[in-house]
Design a protein around this ligand. Structure first.
Ligand SMILES: Nc1ncnc2c1ncn2[C@@H]1O[C@H](COP(=O)(O)OP(=O)(O)OP(=O)(O)O)[C@@H](O)[C@H]1O
Ligand SMILES: [Mg+2]
Length: 410
């Protein structure tokens, strides 16, 4: 009976109890295996609660290791305390990705009436300074995904400069990133400001992920709807891949959806296997979307060349297309120029290739002595058609977007 198209949308799920508990945006009440890290964060911010500036903190860890969850957990605890001189701004720098936007977000968090008026950067800066000095506040600025800030050196300079301009009170920075190469790219002065204290979040192992999944699935799934073996498999896959709790959660929640769509009674290992393939692909496309512009263009060049096939046919075997690094660089340069971008130097290019390989988007290997002597060969780790269309969507959207798109680089 299909004459009622929306019949069934409120139908109770046979598999899920609370689907949102399995979502990556959900912040669990208890963060398992992170007591040490939470204590370190608390230790770093404790002086600020007493009105001292304390030391800036830098948090590093691969994706899905619980950085955002832990910091939000600590912020929530601090907000419960009364009579604390510290004020906190949590800022997702993927969205607030420039000095201006960050300072504006601070004013809108704490001085909402002022923020609406669209002042220039100097006015905003002075307003923040005055607000801090009113009663000697400490402002804790949490910059999550800090590597997304385009003029980060300026932002760090401005925030630390505030400390010398302020007569009473202060500013403390907590920076968070999952980008390995980020530290090396920073201006040495910003680096020493930001890295007064450093905290590393290690990837989760398979046992830890199993426990996290078990706790989450007790509320996410209906009783007896997911096998312990299925949970363990999802944990093992995610641990083997990257130790990423988000991936592990994504796998079991997708497995649940597959089971539900098939009208199965239980989420089994087979559904987990199917889901893990889908989840990995999805993560890759998300990753591509968040790459900086020139890395996107490089991946785009690799995808295009993979689709055309290398000029050196011997390197193309079945679906495995390896491409010469030099070919990629000239394709990338051509694309950049046609988009009115200055291509990065070949030194930068090589660094980007290393980054992309570390992120698992490409594989490379050195060819032996051959037609062109020693050279690097590159292969895309995901289907080129899908990568190509993902990047085209992202670039197209930015070009349309006018203000603030990735196009406006430094
Ligand atoms: N220790 C933990 N216990 C329970 N759930 C966790 C734990 N760590 C992470 N998670 C879950 O994993 C998901 C990802 O965690 P989170 O967003 O904190 O990672 P992250 O380190 O900030 O990653 P990214 O670098 O990608 O921003 C969230 O859904 C979170 O609830
Ligand atoms: Mg995060």
């Amino acid at each position: 009976m299909n004459d009622e198209p929306f019949a069934g949308i409120f139908k109770e799920s046979n598999i899920f109890a609370q689907r949102d508990v399995l979502s990556p945006h959900y912040i669990p009440e208890h963060l398992l295996f992170r007591d040490a890290q939470i204590n370190e964060i608390v230790k770093a911010v404790t002086p600020t609660l007493r009105g001292e500036r304390g030391r800036n903190l830098f948090i590093y860890g691969k994706t899905g290791t619980g950085k955002t969850s832990c910091i939000k957990h600590v912020i929530a605890k601090i907000k419960e305390l009364s009579e604390v001189r510290a004020r906190i701004s949590y800022i997702n720098c993927r969205i607030y990705n420039s000095r201006y936007r960050v300072l504006n977000k601070i004013t809108s968090d704490h001085m909402p009436l002022y923020a609406k008026r669209g002042y220039g950067i100097i006015d905003i800066y002075e307003r923040i300074i005055n607000w801090i000095e009113e009663d000697g506040k400490i402002l804790i600025v949490v910059l999550d995904e800090i590597d997304s800030v385009k003029d980060l050196d300026d932002l760090i300079y401005t925030l630390s400069r505030a400390n010398s301009d302020i007569k009473s009170g202060g500013v403390a920075i907590v920076g968070i990133s999952n980008n390995v190469g980020f530290k090396e790219d920073l201006d040495p002065r910003s680096r020493s400001t930001l890295y007064e204290k450093e905290l590393v979040f290690p990837p989760y192992n398979s046992t830890e992920l199993s426990t996290i999944l078990k706790e989450r699935s007790e509320r996410g799934f209906k009783k007896e709807r997911i096998d312990a073996a299925a949970l363990n498999l999802a944990a093992a896959i995610a641990a083997n891949e990257s130790g990423d709790a988000r991936l592990a959660l994504m796998i079991i929640s997708k497995a649940g959806e597959i089971a539900e769509a098939k009208g199965a009674e239980k989420v089994t290992q087979d559904f987990v296997r199917e889901a893990s393939k889908e989840a990995e692909d999805e993560m890759a496309y998300q990753l591509v979307n968040t790459l900086p512009e020139h890395q996107k263009l490089i991946v785009y060049a690799i995808a295009l060349l993979s689709l055309q096939g290398s000029r050196y046919k011997k390197l193309t075997e079945g679906s495995d297309t390896y491409i010469f690094s030099g070919e990629v660089y000239s394709k990338y340069s051509g694309i950049s120029e046609s988009m009115h971008r200055e291509p990065k130097s070949s030194r930068w290019y090589r660094k980007y290739i290393t980054d992309l390989e570390m992120q698992g988007l490409i594989q490379t290997y050195e060819s032996g002595k051959g037609i062109r002597g020693h050279t690097k060969l590159i292969k895309l780790a995901y289907p080129p058609e899908k990568i190509k269309s993902t990047i085209e969507k992202a670039l197209f959207k930015d070009n349309e977007g006018g203000e603030g798109g990735a196009v406006q680089d430094r």
